[in-house]
Design a protein around this ligand. Sequence first.
Ligand code: CTP
Length: 398
Amino acid sequence: MLEGKHIILGITGGIAAYKSAMLARLLIKAGAEVQVVMTPSAKEFITPVTLSALTGKPVVSEFFTANTGEWHSHVDLGLWADAMVIAPATACTIGKMASGVADNMLVTTYLSAKAPVFVAPAMDLDMMAHPSTVRNLATLRSYGNHIIEAASGELASHLTGKGRMQEPEVIVAELERFFASTSQLAGKKVLVTAGPTYEKIDPVRFIGNYSSGKMGYAIADEAARRGAEVTIVSGPVSIKPTVPGVRVVNVESARQMLAACEEAFSQTDIAIMCAAVADYAPANPADRKIKREKEDVPVINLVKNPDIAATLGARKQPGQSLVGFALETDNEHANALDKLRRKNLDMIALNSLRDAGAGFGTDTNVITLIDATGAETRLPLMPKTEAAACILDAINNL
Ligand code: CTP
């Protein structure tokens, strides 16, 4: 998967920089071309000579070569790369990346990079747990960067806890997994539904729900990052895709959402139903605002909305994949499996409202993936952006 890939290996000033030599070697062995970009303080921990010998390319660290005045273009580097890996990433560099402090070649290259970015933090446990680091890492995740979580163990300070840079083999495996899923999703047409639906009562009122759309938008962004052609059919939400090129079709009601999905579905390879579709709509929405003074307490008769996932499930052709979500409060596995079968889904992502950190409005989710055989994979609590990556990986493996 890494054969011929252009990888920028960013190295910052932490003890774990000694492992970066092994990482460079593994990447080269896997067939990648590696360009090392070091921060000035990284050179205190590992010499550029070691890294240029391993990669066969001079290490870049300064904006200019002092004696010749040659300018090192971070823009060209950013365009050259298929991926940028920053390992180790210190708290300082993570903070600079989060807030755009481009005072060295590494951070400028990061800001110019169009390719996916992988960040392997390494620091002492207290620095790792500090709200500043936690917030900065969350910011990087919100930019779509992939965080390769630090491991727990003995640290350079001789304290024990979370903060060890992941082993080079783990980082390489993460890159390979990413490129594998990218090659599977590249050029594929992905349809995502997201957000709530609003069902009109009168011109100023509706029946809706608290869905924020965050999970669906995270999936749409991640699929686009992996090279898919993405359409998101979205109910009313206050967010936008962060990745350029994602097509948004704005709808309000379940019926409008169904119409937009039906139009797109025949051209779709993978449809992921994240929307919290209202199950019922007012049967006769009023043309004019229902007035409080003149009328008795109004009775709103409801009609059943169409089931979008089930409609697409009934039309699914071989080669198309359909994935749904299930939000349950009890009897979770059985209810989710029943939904999967009724709607002819290939996989369902189950959220239980019993799990803290899951559900509407949160930035995190706890998901259990269930396939058509009933086999389940429970993912830990993680940001919706990472859950999106896991869901797309699982779809690839179907
Ligand atoms: N769904 C849909 N159209 C609907 C209702 C649900 O496309 N009218 C999709 C959702 O986007 C989700 C899946 O079906 O992917 C399950 O949604 P959920 O609300 O959990 O299930 P319901 O079928 O509405 O069942 P219930 O509300 O009884 O749990």
